[in-house]
Design a protein around this ligand. Structure first.
Ligand code: BES
Ligand code: MN
Ligand code: ZN
Length: 512
């Protein structure tokens, strides 16, 4: 979708559809008050009303569309139709509500088959213009996504909505740099969604490495991709153990943007299990297909690096690691009872081969220490337990550093990608100690998300570190209709959670 920002006049904008956001219980703009019956539209949050208009200059009655008005008449807007969009009470408006409202409006626009539209950016007392532009752009860009690469023409046709809206004009005053930010971040989100939705047969570790190569080329980044042999040389026992039965070659991917000394060094580490069968500790068959999304941490990291590649921020050094492999059973597979030695020397007793994410992250976190990062953030669809603890609307955060956690929380609030800290009590550190090795890879059902975090802490050398468990927030299960969801900007399937949060965090570091 192409977004353009202009300060043109709203009433003179020629467009098939003008989206006009209005606050609850406020007077309608000139020319609308007389056509909207009092009860039809109150501006309640996400309430919409479609007004098909005759262009101002035409006085003849067109009447080719159902008309909400008492007969078509000329009116003060050049738009072919207007979609009134309720924004709720002016004083209650938040960026997240804007994201949701404009995503909802975009879906309504698709439903009436327009392929281009104009949006009058709403005015507001407390949110500044750039915040409004960013939120509106996010809502539009993210809601427009649809994954239909595997649909034939027949099934595409039976879905009578356009695949996407190709052009939206944003009318209002704000900084165009904000639009560039939104576009770069959205591109990253959509890339992450594509990777998550793609079948595991093609979204392999090799494919993730190819995507990393494309990003590296676009952003002038340095790319290193380690194969099994190189992992062996480095002693990456976690990566090697988990990938042991996989025929698809594992990849340890390192993307480096900027250089040490140019601002802060930020390390991102993503869990990239391109299919998690559980291994020898095999998962039940039901919903196992979902485990193609066990690389959404990696997808978030790649999505954020895609945004970095587009934005090319100065004054920041970002090292991104993707730990990519399948987790499969087989004659060569690693087994419960095995002991693996991670790259930093810590030995890990395997009690359950389905707790594989922490094993590959052990090497990812160990490896990244060589850059002496000022902050380390790992993202992983790590535990089913986080879904039980927090559900699908907020991710779990575990940290050894309150200040970094605070930054991540703030970027979460800004982008609507929320995080919630879980306590890393010393008792949970003890829970992962092993009798036969240094640590064990499961510590029972209790506090499963926290003990996973306690496991990971063994690999971060006391540097500021935040772990985000995104297993609950990374996937939207089969419809309700997209517009009926709490977050209509999320399509069904992969969410791309974390890309916007990371992009915001990187931007903030770069701006210091
Ligand atoms: N990839 C799963 C976690 C997961 C569950 C992601 C649901 C997305 C949705 C992870 O590798 C896993 O299997 N975790 C186990 C850990 C357990 C064996 C300690 C789990 O959560 O059951
Ligand atoms: Mn698993
Ligand atoms: Zn997994």
């Amino acid at each position: 979708m192409k977004l353009t920002l202009t300060s043109g006049s709203v009433s003179e904008q020629r467009t098939p559809l003008l989206i006009l956001g209005l606050y609850a219980d406020e007077t309608l703009p000139d020319g609308l008050a007389e056509v909207v019956e009092g009860e039809d539209f109150k501006g309640k949050f996400k309430q919409t009303l479609l007004l098909p208009f005759v262009p101002a200059h035409a006085t003849a009655v067109a009447g080719d569309a159902p008309n909400q008005m008492a007969g078509s008449r000329s009116q003060p807007f050049a738009a072919r139709r207007i979609l009134l969009l309720g924004l709720g009470k002016r004083e209650e408006l938040t960026a997240e509500q804007l994201r949701r409202a404009y995503a909802f409006a975009l879906l309504r626009a698709k439903a009436i088959n327009v392929t281009s539209a104009a949006v009058a950016l709403p005015d507001h007392g407390t949110l500044d213009r750039n915040t409004i532009l960013r939120a509106v752009a996010d809502g539009l860009l993210l809601a427009n996504y649809r994954f239909d690469r595997f649909k034939g023409t027949a099934s595409k046709k039976s879905n009578d909505q356009p695949a996407e809206i190709t052009e939206v004009v944003l009318l209002g005053e704000a900084d165009s740099s904000v639009l560039e930010l939104a576009e770069a971040a959205a591109r990253g989100v959509l890339l992450a969604r594509d990777l998550g939705n793609e079948p595991p047969a093609t979204c392999t570790p090799t494919r993730l490495a190819e995507v990393a190569a494309e990003i590296a080329a676009r952003g002038g980044m340095e790319l290193t991709v380690l194969d099994r042999e190189q992992m062996r040389e480095l002693g990456m026992g976690g990566m090697l153990g988990v990938s042991q039965a996989a025929h698809e070659p594992p990849k340890f991917i390192v993307l480096e943007y900027g250089r040490k000394g140019a601002g802060k060094t930020l390390a991102l580490v993503g869990k990239g299990i391109t299919f998690d069968s559980g291994g020898i500790s095999l998962k039940p068959g039901e919903k196992m297909d979902l485990m193609k999304m066990d690389m959404m941490g990696a997808a978030a990291v790649l999505g954020a690096m895609s945004a970095v590649a587009d934005l090319k921020p100065q004054n920041i050094h970002v090292v991104a690691i993707v730990c990519a492999t399948e987790n499969l059973p087989g004659g060569k597979a690693f087994k419960p009872g095995d002991i693996l030695r991670a790259m930093n020397g810590v030995t890990m007793e395997i009690l359950n081969t389905d707790a594989e994410g922490r094993l590959v992250l052990a090497d990812g976190l160990s490896y990244v220490q060589r850059y002496e990062p000022d902050a380390i953030i790992d993202l992983a669809t790590l535990t089913g337990a986080v879904q039980i603890a927090l559900g699908t609307h907020i991710s779990g955060l575990i940290t050894n550093n309150a200040e970094l956690a605070q930054r991540v929380k703030e970027s979460g609030e800004t982008t609507g990608e929320l995080v919630w800290e879980l306590p890393l009590l010393p008792e949970y550190r003890n829970a992962v100690k092993s009798t036969i090795a240094d640590i064990k890879n499961t510590a029972g059902r209790a506090a499963g998300t926290i003990t996973a975090g306690a496991f990971l802490e063994n690999f971060v050398d006391e540097r500021p570190w935040v772990h985000l468990d995104i297993a609950g927030v990374s996937w939207v299960e089969v419809p309700p209709k997209q517009e009926d969801q709490a977050k209509p900007y999320n399509s069904v399937g992969a969410v791309g959670f974390g890309v916007r949060l990371l992009t915001d965090l990187i931007q903030r570091y770069a701006a210091e």
